[in-house]
Structures are given as structure tokens and as C-alpha cells.
Design a binder for this molecule. Structure first.
Ligand code: PEP
Ligand code: MG
Length: 587
């Protein structure tokens, strides 16, 4: 019997997945024109690819209609019509027949000609369709080349997706039902791909160098998203022990869910707000089912990332209203679009040399007032239906807040004039996720109703470590004393100004961080819903005064390792079963 192969990477989404390898190559190989002998067979291959692409688009359209509404799905209907365009189909078939050319290059050339003609026309509407035409071409060629109709939305059950990289949008489109796990060669723990994997409860390991060197489609594979381990062709005894571990893990999760109704209060009576981060409206039910109190971070940019068009005011209003009504009276904190960085989808964004330092989040919104205004109007209108709050991402200076406030004032006047209802007390908060915002938090605190610390970006920007680059992943550590000092400063500034302070980065769900953040006085913890029960269990067993003492010691630490050591001694003493999650070193 051959040996099993063990590969190690960065654990980004806990749990155990057992399934079969599905190799996913997003980037198409370069298309090289090739001569074919049997042109009839090649034309048949082309028609087959066309019908697979049609099926895929039709499914995508239905899924988008379910998630975002019929209007949004219209675009896919238009794409389907393009795939039925007889001129394009015949021109491609003629090329194959007359020139003895392969289907992929024939279709690419035909589409290229169509795109060129449209680009040179004076019709603006048509010009804007060129990106869609290229997307269609990508889909058809993918099917010609792979001959495999399966894509991420349509995977066989128990697939483990193996890919060089996956975008956040790819992950959001995956169906958690069919996926046992995924592994990628690149990526980091706080990349948005990883965050979505945790939300969808898909075990995942990233940063496995060379994973695709010997792709073995269909091979048996185990993804251990808790330890960051992947086992290809597991031996029978390994498989058995993982099947056992998987059962135990599921039992543990359902035991934790029993805490759903308990309030997160420390043994000495300090009550904490525990809320959930969501990316898509489908996650709304999981907020309550995991025992969270409302939404602490709604990453609204995912509405845009999983779609082909910027969602309009009406569509956004319906989604925000639905969240507000379903969770009322609990709060729903809606973060305005944080597009850019690792969250781009090509529409309207041209590549930048340093996207994390570029046209991202509030910068993009203030430069595109028509988009920003529509979103703010939608949020304000939804505020009439529950407890809605607005939160601005990536703030670096006071002006970004004052400009937004004057925009909000003018929208309120507009709504008043038209007698459209909204909550006049709708709170405005900001994310503190840049060192600039943290260092001036005393000034910013006087302008807003709350702070939420974005530890993912705060760590990235403070330590100058790209959060999605696996090569520097070991340097990315929110327990670095530089980051901890900024977090303490933000909490203190907020409290001095009389506002509440939360934290909604991934650090919140790290068991090591819980006593520290409690001890520093954090008021609200917001994390992926899946982690809520475990963190609630911890809060219920901790004493605030003990946490304050350990936080005092941690703030004296000279390095991340010293901080982690102090915290893990404290945590493991109370929760010995957390040994696995409390690693001293950054994984
Ligand atoms: C953060 O930066 O910590 C955060 C919560 O925002 P995002 O991860 O979406 O950048
Ligand atoms: Mg952020």
C-alpha cells in the first residue's frame, strides 16, 4: 500500500473535511491556435461547450435571482441570449471548418472581433457590455478546454477544491453543501477568501506551496482546517481516526449551540455584546442560530462581489430592511462598501500596484458620490425597520468623517422633504483599522457614536505585512506589542469620549485574545457566527478582574511571543481543552 502524503499550510477555517480532490484552475492557459484533423468533431465539441456554459449561466442567474432579486439576474439573461447568437455561433463554426482551426482559438477570435466592433461604436450602453462579452468568452473556452462542466457552483458532493488561489467571490459562490473543504497554494489567514470560508463553515487550509504540482483529481483527501494539515491518499487508520474526530467535533459544536440563549456575562457580572459578522444576506438566520446578538459587521461589498453590477438603492434597501426586521431589536451594523484591496471584481477597477494602499473603501466611496449616496440612502431608509447603524471602513483622517456626515445630512433633508421614514437616531461609527485612525482616535471619538476596531487591517498596516501574502504570514501577528498598544489606545480614547468600542477582526474569535480584550475593557465582540458559541462559553467562565490582571501583564510584553505565552498560560489553566487552538507561534 502506498504511503499517504502530508502537506502543511496555514489553517484558516477550522473543522475536518473528508472527500475527493477537485482541481480548479481559474486562469486559462494561453490559447494557442492549433490545427485539427476532424473539424466535425471539433464543431461538436464547441456546441457541447456552449450548452455547458448556458447551463452554468442559467444556474448562476437563478442563484443571483434568489439572493439578490430578479432585476439583478436580468444581466445573466442577456448573457444567455448572447450565447444563442447565431452569427457568433456560425462564424466560429466556419472558422473551424474552413481553416481547420481548434474551437477555443476560433471562438476567441470571433468574440474578439465582436468586442472590437462594439468598442469602436458610439453606443455607450453597448460599449459597457464588452466586459460581459469577454466573461462569456471565458466561460465557453473554459468548457472547451476542460471538457468538464463542473465549476464551483456545481461541484460533486464531498469535493475538496484544490486551487492555486481562490478569490473571495469564488468562495462566496461555493455551495457549502457540496464542499468538504478547500486548499490553496497561496493566501493568508485574514484574506477575505479565508473569512468567507469560516462564515460558510468550510474547512480550509491555504498557503500549501506546490499543492498543485501533482494534481490528483478524484483522489481521497483529508483537510484538517484546525491544524493546517492536508493528507492525500490517507491510510485506512488515518481515515478512521479522522472520521472519529469529525464526529466528536460535530458533537462539540452541537453542545456549544445549547448556549444559544445564554447571555455573555463574566462570572463577576460584566455583560458583553457578542455579535456576528456576515457577508451575504443568506447568513442572517445563522446570526441568531449561533446565539449572537445582532450583526456587528455586515460586509456589504460582497453584494457587489458576487454580482456583475453594483446593487442599486432599491435592492440594497430591501436587503438591509430584511436584516433589520429579522434581527430587531438587536443591532445591525452596516458597513459601507469596502471595495478595493483583495475585494475587487474587475468592474470599474483597474489594477493598482498596491491595492491595499490604494483606492479602497471610504476613498472609493467619497470619489463616487452617486454610489455612496445610494448606499447611505438605502441604509437610512432601512433604519426605520429596526436598530440599524452605519459604519465607515478604512478611515484615516477627520475629513473622511466630516464629508460623510454632510452627505448624510443632505440625504436626511431629502428624505424629510419626501416624507420618507428613517431613524433620526441612527448611529454613525467608524472602523479603526489604520494606525492613523488609532493614533488620532481621541479626535475621531468626538465625531462618532462608536468605534469598531478592524484588527485584520490594523495588523496589516501597523506591521507592514500584506494580510494575503503567505510568504510573510509568519510576521502577521495581532499580538505584536505595536498592535496591542494601538488597540488599548483606541479603547481608552473611545471610553474617555463616552462612546462604546467593539472589535470585529478575526482576532475576536481567537481564544487567546478573549481575556486580553475583556481586560482592556472592550464592549463588543463581533466575529464569524460559527465562533460565537465557543467565545461565549469562554466569557461565561472568566472573571473580569482576572482578565484585567492578565491584560496588565500582556501589555508589558516585549514581543508577540511573550504576549502569547502570558495569555496561553492563563487560558489553558481555565480551559485545558483549548490546547489546539492556543498556539504560541503564528501558524
Ligand atoms: C478588519 O480589517 O479587521 C475588518 C473586520 O474588516 P475586513 O476584514 O473586511 O477588512
Ligand atoms: Mg478591514
Amino acid at each position: 500500500m502506498a504511503n499517504e502524503t502530508r502537506l502543511y499550510g496555514i489553517p484558516v477555517s477550522p473543522g475536518f473535511g473528508i472527500g475527493r480532490v477537485f482541481v480548479y484552475r481559474k486562469n486559462l492557459p494561453v490559447i494557442k491556435r492549433q490545427a485539427v484533423d476532424d473539424t466535425n468533431q471539433e464543431i461538436a465539441r464547441f456546441h457541447n461547450a456552449l450548452s455547458n456554459a448556458r447551463l452554468e449561466i442559467a444556474e448562476l442567474r437563478d442563484m443571483i435571482a434568489g439572493r439578490l432579486g430578479r432585476d439583478e439576474a436580468e444581466l445573466w439573461t442577456a448573457q444567455l441570449m448572447m450565447l444563442e447568437d447565431q452569427t457568433v455561433i456560425e462564424a466560429t463554426a466556419d472558422r473551424i471548418r474552413d481553416k481547420g482551426q481548434d474551437a477555443a482559438s476560433a471562438f476567441q477570435e470571433t468574440i474578439g472581433q465582436v468586442a472590437e466592433t462594439i468598442e469602436s461604436s458610439s453606443n455607450q450602453y453597448l460599449k459597457e457590455r464588452v466586459a460581459d462579452i469577454r466573461d462569456i468568452s471565458w466561460r465557453v473556452i473554459k468548457h472547451i478546454q476542460s471538457g468538464d462542466p463542473s465549476v464551483l457552483q456545481k461541484l460533486p458532493r464531498n469535493s475538496v477544491v484544490m486551487s492555486h488561489d481562490l478569490s473571495a467571490a469564488d468562495t462566496a459562490l461555493m455551495s457549502a453543501r457540496n464542499i468538504a473543504g478547500f486548499i490553496t497554494e497561496v493566501g493568508g489567514k485574514t484574506s477575505h477568501t479565508a473569512i468567507v470560508a469560516r462564515s460558510l463553515e468550510i474547512p480550509a487550509v491555504v498557503g500549501i506551496k506546490g499543492a498543485l504540482q501533482q494534481p490528483r483529481p478524484g483522489a481521497m483527501i483529508i483537510v484538517d482546517g484546525t491544524r493546517g494539515l492536508v493528507i492525500l491518499d490517507p491510510l485506512p487508520q488515518t481515515l478512521e481516526s479522522y472520521q472519529h474526530e469529525l464526529k466528536e467535533y460535530q458533537k462539540h459544536l452541537s453542545e456549544l449551540k445549547r448556549l444559544r440563549k445564554s447571555k455573555p456575562v463574566t462570572l463577576d457580572g460584566r455583560q458583553i455584546e457578542l455579535s456576528a459578522n456576515i457577508e451575504l444576506p443568506e447568513e442572517i438566520p445563522s446570526v441568531r442560530s449561533h446565539g449572537a446578538k445582532g450583526i456587528g459587521l455586515f460586509r456589504t461589498e460582497f453584494l457587489f462581489l458576487t454580482s456583475s453590477q453594483m446593487p442599486g438603492e432599491e435592492q440594497q434597501f430591501n436587503i438591509y430592511k430584511q436584516a433589520a426586521e429579522k434581527l430587531s431589536p438587536d443591532p445591525v451594523i452596516i458597513r459601507t462598501f469596502d471595495l478595493g484591496g483583495d475585494k475587487i471584481n474587475g468592474h470599474g477597477f483597474s489594477p493598482e500596484a498596491n491595492p491595499f494602499l490604494g483606492w479602497r473603501a471610504i476613498r472609493f466611496c467619497l470619489d463616487r458620490p452617486e454610489i455612496f449616496r445610494a448606499q447611505l440612502r438605502a441604509i437610512l431608509r432601512a433604519s426605520a425597520f429596526g436598530s440599524v447603524k452605519i459604519m465607515l471602513p478604512m478611515i484615516c483622517c477627520l475629513e473622511e468623517i466630516t464629508q460623510t456626515k454632510s452627505l448624510l445630512d443632505s440625504i436626511r433633508r431629502e428624505l424629510d422633504d419626501k416624507k420618507i421614514a428613517y431613524d433620526p437616531g441612527c448611529q454613525l461609527g467608524v472602523m479603526i483599522e489604520t494606525p492613523a485612525a488609532a493614533l488620532t482616535s481621541d479626535v475621531l471619538a468626538k465625531e462618532v457614536d462608536f468605534f469598531s476596531i478592524g484588527s485584520n487591517d490594523l495588523t496589516q498596516y501597523t506591521l507592514a505585512v500584506d494580510r494575503v501574502n503567505e510568504k510573510v504570514a509568519k510576521l502577521y501577528d495581532p499580538f505584536n506589542p505595536a498592535v496591542l498598544k494601538l488597540i488599548r489606545q483606541v479603547i481608552d480614547s473611545g471610553h474617555r469620549a463616552g462612546i462604546w468600542v467593539g472589535l470585529c477582526g478575526e482576532m475576536c474569535a481567537d481564544p487567546l485574545a478573549v481575556p486580553l480584550l475583556l481586560g482592556l475593557g472592550l464592549d463588543e465582540f463581533s466575529m464569524n457566527a460559527v465562533s460565537v458559541p465557543e467565545i461565549k462559553r469562554m466569557i461565561l467562565k472568566l472573571r473580569l478582574d482576572d482578565c484585567q490582571k492578565v491584560a496588565g501583564r500582556v501589555m508589558e510584553a516585549r514581543s508577540a511571543l511573550e504576549a502569547r505565552t502570558a495569555l496561553s498560560e492563563f487560558v489553558l489553566n481555565i480551559f485545558p481543552d483549548l490546547a489546539l487552538s492556543c498556539s504560541l507561534e503564528r501558524s
